[in-house]
Design a protein around this ligand. Structure first.
Ligand SMILES: CC(C)(COP(=O)(O)OP(=O)(O)OC[C@H]1O[C@@H](n2cnc3c(N)ncnc32)[C@H](O)[C@@H]1OP(=O)(O)O)[C@@H](O)C(=O)NCCC(=O)NCCS
Length: 173
């Protein structure tokens, strides 16, 4: 158990993946269709974790992350540094906005993020956590700000389907 939450590597035959529902269609699809497992199988450093409320307890959520060299400290930088990229994160609706009794007043989502931050801090030369979020996803942005992320100073960039995306980072000091 880390940060008051149980965590292990996700496996594709996890039956909860079929019913996982975080309320964002793109995120639900990524985990339900095991897109993460297909990506993982191609090699690279992508890891997908499943978080549980107890050792054999209900699933709280999933996170797919990888260590990458990225422009740093902002998107316009010509220099790069090692960051932990959170490529997909979802907390099941049953646990959204819920306090984790094993971690004081912290929400379950904050416990997931604390675990990811611990992974970033324990990686040599890792300087930040980084993610991209739709600028229309107010709840996720509110959550990221609450746990210490800041927006990239540049303008949001446009995805193919038209939704502007923000880059957000949490700097490790
Ligand atoms: C993003 C996510 C992981 C956050 O988990 P969560 O349990 O909702 O997070 P928390 O309850 O700890 O925090 C959410 C914060 O956003 C705030 N918030 C909620 N709705 C908001 C809104 N419309 N505008 C701004 N802030 C909002 C809440 O007030 C809360 O802050 P508080 O604890 O200070 O009140 C979860 O909502 C989720 O899985 N969403 C669907 C998938 C998704 O969007 N993933 C991110 C893709 S980049």
């Amino acid at each position: 158990m880390a940060q008051g939450i149980f965590v292990e590597l996700a496996v594709p035959d996890d039956p909860f993946l079929d019913v996982f529902c975080c309320g964002q269609a793109r995120v639900d699809h990524y985990f339900r269709k095991r897109e993460w497992f297909a990506e993982q199988s191609k090699g690279g450093s992508l890891a997908t974790y499943v978080y549980r409320a107890g050792e054999a307890g209900p699933v709280v959520g999933y996170a797919s992350v990888s260590f990458r060299n990225q422009p740093h400290p902002d998107d316009a930088s010509s220099s790069k540094a090692k960051v932990l990229v959170i490529s997909m994160l979802g907390v099941d609706q049953a646990f959204q906005g819920q306090s984790n009794p094993s971690a004081g007043d912290q929400s379950y989502a904050a416990s997931v993020m604390a675990d990811l931050e611990e992974r970033a801090r324990s990686k040599a030369n890792c300087v930040a956590l980084k993610l991209w979020v739709r600028s229309t996803n107010a709840r996720a942005i509110g959550f990221y700000v609450k746990v210490g992320f800041v927006r990239d100073p540049g303008r949001p960039f446009q995805l193919d389907d038209g939704d502007p995306m923000l880059t957000m980072r949490k700097f490790l000091r």
